[in-house]
Design a binder for this molecule. Structure first.
Ligand code: GLN
Length: 304
């Protein structure tokens, strides 16, 4: 089944909707992106591809990287990862400090900034060369070996990352960060700066639609049970304080990033990545959310 015509149809419809979103500018380098770009790519577990627009253009994946980092930690750590973070929706913005103090430095889930920073702390312990290892993990998933960090974006975020430093310091004060803060934050900012296209994102998330097995290589990344759990977490926690809206309107597990990308997975069927840089007030792609809502409505392909 090729969905390119459906993509074109939805894109045309959305041209009539005013985009009230704004590109993320709290990371100065992200504000330089042309906001009118749009791309979408769907890959089925059987290897069929449908694409539209700027689907081959790389952009900053930002918080979508939290899924890769979490999967790496979840598949490696022998100890109970849930002692260091919870698995409940946050109901607060991605960089909120409020809940973290009440919860004594235990982040609500791995997909908000605090949770991803703990995951980075775990990866610093677990991996011999964390930055190289994460990159080669993502390159292997997507079968795309030129994917890379963008050091300018990482540096731009580091320089303006006051809230993220507040989060890591608060967690360190509660004993939930074991390594040197600069080392952990270097990994965190770096993984957020990774650039990928919609095609590469759709391809790299496909194992989550395929019981944990990467279709092109046959590699088992997570057991089927852990794959279900990773999808459950994306469903409940993938969109910060808009996870309910996404579930209600789109009906797929997914993850967003402030670069304007969203990836969603239909277990046993496909993964889809959409990119539109202007963000709504919750930090999720304004038109990306609308696009996926229309897509799952028209195709009747949500999990519910
Ligand atoms: N790098 C961003 C930050 O830490 C990621 C946020 C996001 O994509 N929601 O603020």
């Amino acid at each position: 089944m090729n969905y390119s015509n459906t993509f074109q149809e939805i894109y045309n419809e959305l041209q009539n909707v005013e985009d009230t979103g704004h590109v993320a500018d709290y990371i100065p380098e992200l504000a330089t992106v042309n906001p009118n770009q749009f791309g979408v790519h769907l890959t089925t577990v059987g290897g069929e591809h449908s694409a539209f627009g700027d689907s081959e253009k790389r952009f900053s994946i930002q918080s979508i990287a939290k899924v890769f980092a979490f999967v790496m930690a979840y598949s490696r750590v022998k100890s109970n990862i849930w002692e260091r973070m919870d698995l409940e929706p946050a109901g607060t913005p991605f960089n909120s400090l409020v809940q973290l103090e009440y919860d004594k430095g235990i982040p609500r889930n791995p997909f908000i900034n605090a949770g991803a920073i703990v995951v980075c702390d775990i990866l610093v312990d677990e991996l011999a060369s964390p930055k190289e290892n994460v990159l080669s993990f993502i390159r292997g998933l997507s079968n795309s070996h030129t994917i890379d960090y963008n050091p300018i974006v990482a540096h731009s975020e580091k320089k303006s990352g006051y809230r993220n430093y507040a989060l890591v310091n608060l967690m360190k004060s509660f004993g939930n960060i074991r390594n040197n803060i600069d080392k952990v934050m270097d990994l965190y900012f770096s993984i957020c700066s990774i650039e990928m296209s919609c095609r590469e994102l759709a391809d790299s998330f496909l194992f989550l639609a395929n019981n944990g097995v990467v279709p092109h290589s046959g590699e088992q990344i997570l057991s089927p049970s852990r794959t279900k759990r990773a999808n459950a977490l994306m469903q409940t926690c993938g969109f910060y304080d808009e996870a309910g809206q996404f579930t209600f309107k789109v009906g797929l597990p997914g993850k967003s990033g402030v670069g304007g990308g969203i990836v969603a997975v239909h277990p046993l069927k496909y993964s889809i990545a959409v990119w539109s840089p202007r963000l709504n007030k919750k930090g999720n792609s304004y038109k990306g959310m609308l696009f996926l809502e229309e897509f799952t409505t028209k195709t009747e392909l949500s999990i519910f």
